[in-house]
Design a protein around this ligand. Structure first.
Ligand SMILES: *Cc1c(COP(=O)(O)O)cnc(C)c1O
Length: 429
């Protein structure tokens, strides 16, 4: 299968689409066609790697990966993503925080790392992955590539604008990972990464690519947990599962819409945002109006110009059904705080501030009388946001086993100024 740019000026095989991230014309890659699969196509698939192989195999058929695809899926899909029923009987948590960095991004990062390592298996040149992060991407990419031969990672994160545990997780790796705290905002970090990736000399010398959320190698694997949870719900009840998904760059929610479009038993999709309400406005009005980013307590969703919206707009132009049964709402910091408390009282569950935006949106639906089964997508472990959650609940959030080894390592990150020159100096270029 070939992959086409949303801007129409680039077309390539999966190998290149995975390695370069962004298309040559500045667009985002999408498959040239979408497979049609329904629940019956998965009747023999009972494990996460098995589901991944069936689903993603459609996109990797005929590629370098095809003969090894089954083993690659075994290596890539090691993070459990359980669907956990809450005590009201019709609300579930799709727990995507059991990976090594405690956020859903581990699933995509691990898949991308597995595929790139396979592609590079016969080259002796190191690849440098440059990643700008608002909090969670950096640690997911770092854990996926840590000590992987042939790879170096450079992380840029905004100093003082991530939680204490996020900062630790971004700075604790050493080895092949370089962590840089930038004296600026996430937008500054992103601009530096863009400038670096546009600098031909730098890119060639370091064999540099990025691993941000527009990467197809992160988007495609995120469909797998939607397919797996929808199939298990469908097997148990015969019904479609509805989802409510916290969104920033729209990578996670888009994967759900794509899984639904392919034909899997997924019903309504509701997208929550924090006070950065660009997506909510787009879904309501059909008009996309990017805005300056606002800082919130759900910082991994602080996005004023969601990068994946270009894919959604492009796909919806040909097929309006993608936007059917899709709603969106923005949730402010105060509502996030009170929802974390109410959710804990109601269900005995501790949720992170991002997940709380989804819980708040669902609470609005419930208040309107919607009693259907919904899965709230839990995007990060609350222990990562202990500084927000613990004072609200007056308790200590236990640190999961998966995060403990990292938090016990010493952490240090060099502080640098905003700008490409400061970045070059820090990496001695
Ligand atoms: C990245 C992130 C999000 C937003 O995901 P997108 O794919 O950018 O929409 C939500 N919650 C958490 C915890 C995240 O790390």
């Amino acid at each position: 299968m070939e992959f086409l740019s949303t801007r129409g000026g680039d077309r390539c095989a999966i190998e290149r689409a995975l390695s370069v991230g962004l298309a040559a014309d500045g667009g985002l890659f999408l498959p040239e066609r979408w497979p049609r699969l329904d629940a019956s196509d998965f009747s023999d698939c009972h494990t996460t790697p098995g589901i991944a192989e069936r689903l993603l195999g459609e996109f990797f058929a005929g590629s370098t990966f095809a003969d090894s695809f089954s083993e690659l899926c075994d290596q890539a899909f090691t993070v459990p993503t359980p669907l956990h029923a809450l005590r009201d009987g019709n609300t579930h948590l799709l727990e995507l925080f059991h990976g090594p960095s405690g956020a859903f991004k581990d699933v995509g990062a691990n898949f991308l790392a597995t595929m790139l390592a396979f592609l590079n298996r016969e080259t002796d040149r190191d690849t440098t992955i440059l990643v700008a992060t608002s909090g969670d991407t950096g640690s997911a990419v770092a854990t996926a590539f840590h000590r992987r031969p042939g790879f170096k990672v450079i992380i840029l994160f905004p100093d003082g604008r991530v939680s204490a545990r996020q900062a630790h997780l971004l700075s604790c790796f050493g080895d092949n990972i370089t962590s840089l705290r930038v004296a600026g905002s996430f937008d500054d970090c992103q601009a530096m990464a863009k400038a670096a990736l546009a600098d031909r000399g730098l890119v060639q010398r370091l064999n540099m690519t990025s691993a941000n959320s527009i990467s197809l190698g992160r988007l495609l694997p995120q469909m797998v947990y939607y397919v797996e949870s929808a199939l298990s719900f469908h097997r148990a009840t015969g019904e479609s599962l509805n989802f409510v998904i916290p969104s920033g760059n729209l990578g996670n929610a888009l994967a759900c819409l794509l899984a639904r479009r392919i034909g899997l038993p997924i019903g309504s999709v509701a997208i929550s945002t924090n006070a950065n309400h660009v997506l909510a406005d787009y879904v309501r009005t059909g008009i996309y109006q990017p805005q300056a980013t606002r800082a919130t307590i759900a910082n991994a969703m602080d996005v004023g110009a969601p990068s994946n919206i270009e894919r959604l707009i492009h796909l919806a132009r040909d097929d309006q059904s993608l936007l059917a049964d899709l709603t969106s709402e923005a949730v402010g910091d105060e509502a996030i705080r009170s929802r974390i408390q109410v959710f804990h009282e109601q269900f005995g569950e501790i949720i992170c501030p991002h997940t709380a935006t989804a819980a708040e949106l669902l609470a609005h639906r419930r208040a309107e009388g919607d009693i259907r089964s919904f899965a709230i997508v839990a995007t990060a472990h609350p222990a990562k946001f202990a500084d927000v959650v613990e004072p609200l609940l007056g308790l200590t959030v236990p640190v999961p086993e998966s995060l403990r080894p990292w938090l016990e390592r010493p952490a240090s990150a060099q502080r640098i100024d905003v700008g490409l020159d400061a970045l070059k100096a820090a990496i001695s270029y």
